[in-house]
Design a protein around this ligand. Structure first.
Ligand code: SF4
Length: 339
């Protein structure tokens, strides 16, 4: 009988849940997943997923009525088990209202609504924590997230890069983040310094388009043969993942593109400010590097990173120099491997 996973957190969290989906699918067959409409395309092609059920909890499906309607729909599917990586009350209530007999979640969620409770280790990587939900599933425990990109994703991405004159090697930059305190402010300067060695492609959503434009301007203002493209809001999530897959290296904040890069195996320079890799969301590849300011007493200042620096100075990010990031890119060896 099919299992259900309910994961309606942010995009990065959904990508980090893919090893759990794989582990469950290995044992029980492909799973159904309730997720946000934004994240749905990331899972629709995934081999561990039978069906994606979009749940727009922040807009059209907000409130009790849509929650009860979805619970009725899920109840009709007669799922045997629900796995609940997200600690939200809504997620726990949905599985309970759907009367799914086995509901597996974490102790720091809503254990009174679960039938099996797992301890979330604070020291592990998030991938390993989520895999504890499938503790009894056995089999191989995947260490990396995974995404399945289609030939159409490849074709569209290739066309986009060709139209912008971007050949390989190129460096992908992801300057955005929902949380303002997690944005490093010098992507334009690092792009300007890299542009003699590689083309630049900026990835992100429509909300990052202005940041992307700033980076492109920093590169092209110098003229010559320098190439830069702003893909923010121009490509879908899977096409953006394809850009990252083709890149020699990705430079990113602690945000979803970091996990995309882990899924597609691209070396990553991850810049951490108000959060720290010890929270369990850092990169794990052998060539990956983290850039962060050690010894700043206020750091980390929250689990997600606040919208703005509560102290006003934002030293955790502003103190990280362009040279720090360039050095980390060198240490990945990525530009040398592709040259
Ligand atoms: S309080 Fe410290 S860690 Fe938090 S955003 Fe400000 S400088 Fe960064």
């Amino acid at each position: 009988m099919t299992s259900l996973v309910i994961q309606t957190a942010f995009l990065g969290d959904v990508v980090l849940t893919t090893p759990l989906l794989e582990a469950l699918a290995q044992r029980y067959g492909p799973v159904d997943v309730v997720t946000t409409p934004a994240a749905a395309p990331l899972l629709e092609t995934h081999p561990a997923v039978r069906r994606v059920i979009p749940y727009d909890k922040r807009a059209k499906d907000g409130g009790l009525g849509p929650l009860l309607r979805l619970a009725r729909t899920l109840r009709a599917e007669r799922y045997e088990a629900a796995y609940l990586p997200h600690r939200s009350l809504r997620t726990a209530a949905l599985a309970w209202l759907a009367r799914i007999p086995k509901r597996v979640g974490f102790r720091d969620g809503w254990p009174m609504l679960y039938t099996e409770v797992r301890q979330r280790a604070t020291t592990d990587h998030e991938i390993d924590r989520l895999l504890t939900l499938a503790a009894a599933a056995g089999g191989v425990r995947p260490q990396r997230p995974s995404l399945l990109l289609t030939s159409s994703d490849r074709t569209v991405t290739e066309q986009f890069l060709r139209e912008h004159g971007v050949g390989e090697p190129f460096v992908a930059l992801a300057p955005g983040s929902i949380w303002g305190s997690k944005r490093w402010p010098h992507y334009d300067a690092v792009a300007e310094r890299l542009a003699d060695r590689a083309a630049i492609v900026v990835v992100g959503g429509p909300e990052d388009a202005a940041l992307g434009q700033q980076v492109v301007k920093a590169v092209t203002d110098h003229g010559g043969a320098r190439r830069a493209a702003n893909a923010c809001g121009r490509l879908t999530l899977r096409q953006s993942a394809e850009v990252i897959r083709r890149a020699a290296v990705l430079v990113t904040n602690d945000s979803a593109p970091l996990h995309f890069a882990q899924a597609v195996g691209t070396p990553t320079v991850a810049i951490f400010g108000s959060t720290v890799p010890a929270f369990g969301f850092g990169p794990r590849g052998p060539h990956d590097r983290v850039v962060q300011l050690d010894g700043l007493p206020c750091r980390p200042c929250s689990a997600h990173g606040p919208p703005r620096c509560p102290l006003g100075h934002h030293l955790c990010m502003k103190s990280l120099s362009v040279e720090d990031v360039l050095l980390a890119i060198e240490e990945t060896g990525a530009l040398h491997r592709r040259n």
